[in-house]
Design a protein around this ligand. Structure first.
Ligand code: CFM
Ligand code: HCA
Length: 533
């Protein structure tokens, strides 16, 4: 189908909405057209009430995504029990202890607010919960995450945290991440990250190696972070902290001592890169550890940043060894998957990252979107150098950026040239849309109705998404692969991870099960009723 046909079909699908919904949704859907001057997508806005979205809430982003993977922090959910219960162990961020360290990942602590607490206030219960938690677990750090009702009744969790910190002599941090705040889980990432940079990063001191770095935005889903670390350690990097997969408050406290930040998930953490740059002067570079070619490129970019010949040679050696180990398997699975198509709908960065890995096995992405990406995640971001206003700034004649150089050369006048650190090459970001083919659909905050319709239009062989929408794809007879949880598989990152992914996709494509099932509604009526006379 060509781009014009797809555009028409997309319009027809959206025209089924009531006028106000149509007006809203049309700006969230784009059919990629490289001839168009600009393609702007609307993102990071409220979901239309009544639409079944796949998004999560602010609490999910704060407690579930960013803080959840920290093994040595005991998290207390201050709210009704459902919030804690439904976020208990569902994200598959794996953790493993080192020696006799503490690991609270498998616990779910909640104040279990009841009606009486909503009326009379929940502070008393929270203080009691903290006291019990300290008596039972003796943690060094407690994090309190509040959910919707707490914000509405106005419990002062910051005061409770300050009380507990004094009372028990441990670190107690309060996160007002009530679910209703903002438009998606993205607001929760900010709340968590802001507090970590304010209260945790910068408080430790440890000696760091020659090539030290923090990996930001890697959450160790299905063990991804372990696979990345294995390769980085082979090359010789000292990984000071991972934010936050299999992470600890202790490691994070030393993050400011590392030489470089590498950013895997752009959406959830780019601003930590920026804030650490402002506060400590660290550079950050965008990487993608998903896909064989992207992994190799990311390793090369990191080595080039340090610029040391030994490190660059060692990197090439490791890449060559790792690729030679997986090439037969990748070839085998590529032969099975070649020529198939995929639709990807995930949170905020995987719909971009996984396109590279799918390309490695010959699969083209025909639809991709984010639940809560911001415009720069789609459209990319070019960092324009700003030169602080001083007398000289008016006299700038030109700015030259040498490809792959770490510096700008700024010509203030033919005689005066200054060099500035080149943040363009370091942390500009191409965004998802640029790499996609014409006619592919780019969609923000995809909902159930649109999923059903677009599956019919594009007929992809694979639908990669999450638990909330995978059943739509099952019902449509399309193989689904969860890209949030990996359906209990993984790791998918790095070189060996790429083989796991290729194997799982090949298995899904070749299983006969999709053709064996006839859904009951195709054979018999699903609703029974009696006509009123
Ligand atoms: Fe980043 Fe993530 Fe994602 Fe995300 Fe998430 Fe996740 Fe995701 Mo689920 S941090 S944006 S908030 S890569 S939990 S590990 S899989 S939606 S695409
Ligand atoms: C979240 C977490 C989630 C949900 C996954 C899914 C995750 O958004 O709160 O919808 O399948 O990765 O666990 O994104």
């Amino acid at each position: 189908m060509n781009a014009v046909d797809i555009k028409q079909k997309v319009s027809k699908t959206l025209e089924q909405y009531p006028a106000a919904v149509f007006k809203n949704r049309k700006d969230h859907v784009i059919v990629k057209d490289s001839e168009a001057d600009v393609q702007i997508i609307t993102a990071n806005t409220r979901t239309v009430p009544g639409i079944i979205t796949n998004r999560g809430c602010c609490y999910a982003g704060c407690k579930g995504v960013v803080l959840g993977p920290l093994r040595d922090a005991l998290i207390i959910t201050h709210g009704p029990i459902g919030c804690g219960y439904y976020s208990w162990g569902t994200r598959r961020h794996k953790g493993r202890i080192d020696g006799d360290e503490k690991n609270y990942l498998s616990y779910c602590l909640s104040t279990d607010l009841q009606e009486g607490d909503i009326v009379f206030g929940g502070d008393k219960k929270l203080k009691q919960a903290i006291t019990e938690a300290v008596e039972i677990f003796h943690p060094e750090t407690i994090m309190i995450c509040s959910t919707c009702p707490v914000g509405l009744i106005g419990d002062d969790i910051n005061a409770d945290a300050a009380w507990a910190q004094k009372e028990f002599g441990i670190k107690v941090l309060a996160f007002s991440c009530e679910g209703y705040k903002g438009v998606s889980q993205s607001g929760g990432h900010h709340i968590a990250n802001n507090s970590l940079i304010k209260h945790v990063i910068g408080t430790g001191e440890r000696a760091v190696g020659k090539y030290s770095l923090n990996i930001l935005g890697e959450y160790n889903i299905g063990g991804d972070g372990w696979e990345v670390e294995r390769i980085m350690k082979r090359i010789g990097y000292d990984i000071v902290s991972v934010m936050t997969g299999n992470g600890t408050v202790r490691d994070l406290s030393n993050a400011h001592l590392a030489h470089l930040n590498v950013v895997q998930c752009h959406r959830s953490i780019n601003y930590i890169g920026e804030m650490m740059n402002t506060k400590y002067g660290h550079d950050w570079i965008k990487v993608n550890f998903i896909g064989v070619q992207s992994m190799a490129k990311s390793l090369r970019d990191i080595a080039a940043y340090f610029g040391d010949k030994d490190l660059i040679d060692r990197t090439e050696e490791v890449i060559a060894e790792e690729i030679s180990e997986i090439s037969d398997a990748m070839e085998y699975f590529r032969n099975i998957c070649q020529g198939k198509t995929a639709a990807l709908f995930v949170g905020g960065s995987r719909a971009h990252h996984y396109q590279m890995l799918l390309k490695d096995i010959g699969v083209e992405t025909v639809l991709a979107g984010y639940e809560f990406g911001h415009r720069d995640d789609y459209e990319g971001r070019e960092v324009i150098p700003t030169i602080k206003a001083d007398g000289d700034s008016k006299n700038i004649e030109s700015i030259e950026v040498e490809p792959d150089s770490k510096y700008y050369r700024v010509f203030l006048s033919p005689e005066r040239v200054i060099e500035l650190k080149n943040t363009i090459n370091l942390n500009d970001y191409p965004g998802m849309m640029k790499g996609m083919s014409d006619g592919s659909i780019v969609i923000d905050d995809l909902n159930h109705y649109e999923t059903e319709e677009f599956l019919k239009i594009l007929k992809p062989d694979i639908f990669c998404s999450g638990i909330k929408d995978k059943y739509i794809s099952h019902k449509a007879g399309v193989f689904s692969k969860q890209l949030h949880s990996y359906d209990y598989s993984g790791p998918y990152a790095g070189f060996k991870g790429a083989v796991n992914f290729a194997r799982d996709i090949a298995m899904g494509l070749t299983t006969p099960s999709w053709k064996l099932i006839t859904p009951p509604w195709k054979k018999e009526p699903m609703l029974e009723g009696t006509m009123a006379v």
